[in-house]
Design a protein around this ligand. Structure first.
Ligand code: ATP
Ligand code: MG
Length: 559
């Protein structure tokens, strides 16, 4: 764990429960958690919260955390998602060891338990249509009514359930339900469906099954089979807990896991529902699941986020039982804090203007020693040549600068960082008035931050690149994907209308230090004065360096 990992004072409420259980010797003092993704999409920052919580607790208490794919819905699932999820968890720095499971591994066991529940008179096959089932279910204020099929004999139920499995019925023709209480104030307890017929090929079990168990039935029993002690899930499952406990109790597996709910992560300026993320990809609003603007782990990674920064963020937001929305600035602050210590500094120029230093001899240059990290000498120095032609960023020059602008303008001075003060003598423009070149002179006696006697102190210090010693590059300047703090606030407005049109600016004519072309993919730098940038793992190469802006140096969104 890095120097950055911090802990909020005192254990969170889940840790307190675990401490109590451990001290009471419950489950022999063992702690077993699990992370149960459904492989129907890629993981996002919300999942990261659940991953950090489950894996860290297991680590902290010397227990274990299982990775279990909750693969009970064959229609939406895909082996590509299965592989991607495993990759992302490992990238985040966590390991499930030998404890990789799939709900589909339990299909036979789950079927057997369903038969036992039928035997005990606790489950029945229902022939009502889906519409009728809904109608019979009642509402929050009215009790439901019993299905006319509720009192079938055990024998008939077993026979019908076997025939459901054998494929004798059409989808939707019959379901298996628990027999609990149609008048319960908790809708989840009104004879919930636990099996439905689906003629779909499952990514693991193929066509072996045409009945599939539902989440509420599968999840708690999978927890019980695996000896999970603390089953941590988000608040929307709070109302499902009585059902969780009911199924576990009636199934009598010999192990009783405990469900504990915590608040899910909501981030402002962000959507995290898998359905919406899929829509953004399918409708071409971004380039794919790993588009650096996506809040997926793959997107964050490609943007330049480190595993440490994501863990730090999850640690800082903590675990509570109250829903809230987190400032996305906190996520950005976490990567800034992490990279500020770790990333080497470099010069890059996003929109270059050529500067000819007319009093510097032609075909000559000098090698400057430039620190890789001004606050950390141990990170060493690199050589940067200085010669007659250099580039500066267009933002650092103004034809008619206002008073507070301390950078370059006609007949003004500016300091080139780690080098000299230059003076702008002449501005060359094309027919449209676009500045194409600056003719400047440098003062040799200003090297190394020196202000010679009699010279006015130069306030502006800018970054620059030498023509010899820099190479063309593409820099992708990313920003937040949504310009609205809560893109889904108004249900009547399509959240996609809130996409930030300036969320990606591609700087095709940028330049970077020559050595950066050799950088491995996912090398992270601070481009001095510009932000943190990361070489793109897909597109970066020696011949075409490509860098993604990970984050600005300061929070530019703060009001
Ligand atoms: P989505 O709402 O994005 O479709 P999901 O909850 O359906 O996600 P799962 O694959 O079922 O996705 O989630 C796996 C685990 O991650 C669950 O335990 C779930 O509670 C947790 N999880 C999902 N989203 C969040 C979130 N925003 N904050 C915290 N935990 C989350
Ligand atoms: Mg889910």
């Amino acid at each position: 764990m890095s120097h950055l990992e911090e802990h909020a004072p005192g254990p969170n409420f889940i840790k307190q429960i675990i401490l109590k259980d451990r001290d009471a010797g419950k489950h022999g003092g063992q702690i077993v958690t699990r992370f149960p993704p459904e492989p129907n999409g890629h993981l996002h920052i919300g999942h990261a919260k659940a991953i950090c919580l489950n894996f860290s607790l297991a680590q902290e208490f010397g227990g274990r955390c299982h990775l279990r794919y909750d693969d009970t819905n064959p229609v939406a699932e895909d082996p590509a998602y299965v592989a991607s999820i495993a990759e992302d968890i490992q990238w985040m720095g966590f390991s499930w060891g030998d404890h990789l499971y799939h709900a589909s591994d339990y299909f036979e066991q789950l079927y057997d338990i369903a038969c036992e529940l039928i035997d005990k008179g606790l489950a029945y096959v229902d022939d009502l249509t889906p519409d009728q089932i809904r109608e019979y279910r009642g509402t929050l204020t009215e009790p439901g009514k019993n299905s006319p099929y509720r009192d079938r004999s055990v024998q008939e139920n077993i026979d019908l359930f076997r025939r459901m499995r054998a494929g004798e019925y059409k989808e939707g023709e019959r379901v298996l339900r628990l027999k609990i209480d149609m008048a319960s104030p908790n809708m989840n307890m009104r004879d919930p469906l636990i099996y439905r017929i689906r003629y779909a090929t499952h990514q693991r079990t193929g066509d072996e099954w045409c009945i599939y168990p539902l989440y509420d039935y599968t999840h708690c029993l999978s927890d019980a089979f695996e000896g999970i002690t603390h089953s941590l899930c988000t608040l929307e499952f709070e109302d499902h807990r009585p059902l969780y406990d009911w199924v576990v109790a009636k199934a009598e597996t010999g192990h009783i896991p405990r469900q504990i709910e915590f608040a899910r992560l909501n981030l402002d300026y962000t959507v995290t529902s898998k359905r919406k993320l899929l829509e953004l990809v399918n409708e071409g609003m971004c380039s794919g699941w790993d588009d650096p603007r996506m809040p997926t782990i793959k997107g964050l990674r490609r943007r330049g986020y480190t595993p440490e920064s994501i863990r730090l963020f999850c640690d800082r937001i903590g675990i509570t039982k109250k829903d809230s929305t987190i400032d996305v600035g906190m996520l950005e602050a976490a990567i800034r804090d992490d990279l500020n210590a770790k990333a080497e500094r470099r010069f890059a120029v996003l929109d270059p203007i050529k500067v000819t230093i007319t009093n510097y001899p032609e075909n000559e240059w000098e090698e400057l020693d430039v620190p890789n990290h001004p606050q950390n000498e141990a990170m060493g120095t690199r050589k940067l040549p200085f010669g007659r032609v250099v580039y500066i960023d267009r933002d650092d020059f103004m034809m008619d600068p206002p008073k507070k602008f301390f950078r370059l303008g006609p007949d003004r001075d500016v300091r080139l960082r780690y080098a000299y003060v230059i003076h702008c003598d002449e501005v060359i423009q094309d027919a449209e008035g676009h500045v194409t070149e600056l003719k400047c002179t440098y003062r040799k006696d200003t090297f190394g931050g020196v202000t010679p006697e009699g010279m006015k102190k130069v306030k502006g210090i800018i970054h620059w690149l030498p023509e010899q010693g820099s190479v063309p590059a593409e820099v992708r300047v990313y920003d937040r994907l949504f310009k609205e703090q809560n893109p889904v606030k108004d249900k009547a407005v399509d959240y996609k209308t809130h996409i930030n049109p300036e969320s990606l600016l591609v700087m095709k004519n940028a330049r970077v230090e020559a050595g950066m072309a050799e950088a491995a993919p996912e090398t992270r730098y601070q481009f001095e004065r510009l932000g943190f940038f990361t070489s793109d793992w897909r597109d970066h190469s020696k011949s075409t360096p490509v860098f993604n802006r990970t984050v600005t140096l300061r929070d530019t969104w703060k009001k």
